[in-house]
Design a protein around this ligand. Structure first.
Ligand SMILES: NC(=O)c1ccc[n+]([C@@H]2O[C@H](COP(=O)([O-])OP(=O)(O)OC[C@H]3O[C@@H](n4cnc5c(N)ncnc54)[C@H](O)[C@@H]3O)[C@@H](O)[C@H]2O)c1
Ligand SMILES: OC[C@@H](O)C(O)[C@H](O)CO
Length: 303
């Protein structure tokens, strides 16, 4: 006890937290010492090698534009195996075939998964670990956007947006973190949040979307705090307006001009411009980046 009757700092740091049962029957104490710094940090290897992405990744929303660009970048940086989870992986049959051709040494699989369905996520994560050998990286890209005025928003639209963007990301992170804890390997989790989680978009009304993305920014803090002791880092990327199909239709054509005009760089981003931060967060180069958010918006947020 400290003099004022409060628990001492040491007592707080070493407090006994609940144990987690691992699937091999053993248990993992939350007070166990964290894994040591990875060995490459003790070498004088060139920094470029730290950008290698080790092991196998699951990417949700894996048939989407930004996810596929991210997948290509992780494969270019050495990823051994990749599982693309999507409601409909078939919609991206062509780009997925191109990934298989361009990276013949990598094992690339797809799984039909609805990120709202905890049971099917759990099964797909276990199958992925069996097929690829491990799960070391999770990137949560699955997401939907709607442009409805709050006065007209139905409870169904609100719930669907939150269920996919927010709860879906949590359920995937939980299933993968359980796998990583079982593996005793640690790993990297990246949520794709949004600039819209930091500020209110203009001119399109998107309360449900914005709130779902804001929730990811704090979720990554909470999970990073709980899971760092298992060697799992949790971070997020907040893209600004990227030129993808997500931003077409639903009256967004006029908005696109407004977005470009209000951006200090005078344009929307292209999908490849997200991949540098993604590689950083998923590789050893990001080994001390935890609970961080990288905003990739051309400076729109301050304009
Ligand atoms: N494009 C942008 O400007 C932008 C900006 C900020 C954030 N983001 C976020 O980036 C992510 C990817 O966006 P994108 O532009 O590539 O969009 P996209 O529409 O091309 O990709 C989204 C993918 O998510 C999948 N998906 C939707 N619901 C799902 C569910 N229930 N289960 C599994 N998969 C599901 C879709 O099938 C699609 O393949 C989204 O989370 C989006 O909110 C995009
Ligand atoms: O930050 C912008 C994005 O989240 C999104 O692309 C946009 O708000 C959708 O209209």
């Amino acid at each position: 006890m400290a003099q004022n009757g409060e628990p001492s700092r040491d007592a707080l740091v070493n407090r006994q937290l609940p144990e987690m049962q691992l699937s091999d029957g053993s248990s993992s104490s939350m007070t166990a010492p964290p894994p040591p710094a990875p060995p490459y940090l003790t070498t004088e290897g060139r920094a470029v090698y730290r950008f290698n992405v080790e092991g196998n990744a699951i990417i949700t929303g894996g048939a989407g534009t930004l996810a596929l660009e991210g997948a290509r970048a992780l494969l270019e940086h050495g990823l051994s195996g990749l599982a693309l989870f999507d409601l409909n992986p078939q919609q991206a049959a062509e780009p997925i075939a191109a990934l298989k051709t361009d990276f013949p040494d990598a094992k690339i699989i797809t799984k039909t998964v609805d990120v709202r369905d905890a049971e099917s996520i759990g099964t797909a994560v276990k199958e992925t670990a069996r097929q690829l050998g491990s799960v070391d990286v999770l990137c949560c890209f699955a997401g939907v956007v709607g442009c409805t005025h709050a006065l007209d928003m139905s409870v169904e639209e609100w719930k669907r947006t939150m269920d996919i963007n927010s709860t879906g990301s949590f359920l995937c992170a939980q299933a993968v973190a359980r796998q990583m804890v079982d593996q005793k390997s640690g790993g990297a989790i990246v949520f794709i949040a949004s600039m819209s989680g930091h500020r209110v978009n203009f001119p399109q009304p998107q309360a449900a979307y914005n709130v779902s993305k804001a929730s990811l920014l704090h979720l990554k803090n909470c999970l990073a705090a709980e899971w760092s002791r298992y060697g799992i880092r949790v971070n997020s990327i907040s893209p600004g307006y990227m030129d993808t199909i997500l931003n077409e239709g639903a009256g967004l054509e006029r908005a696109r001009t407004v977005w470009a005009n209000r951006n200090p760089m005078g344009r929307m981003g292209v999908p490849q411009e997200l991949t540098g931060p993604l590689v950083l967060l998923c590789s050893a180069a990001g080994s001390y980046i935890n609970a961080a958010d990288i905003i990739v918006d051309g400076g729109a947020i301050v304009f």
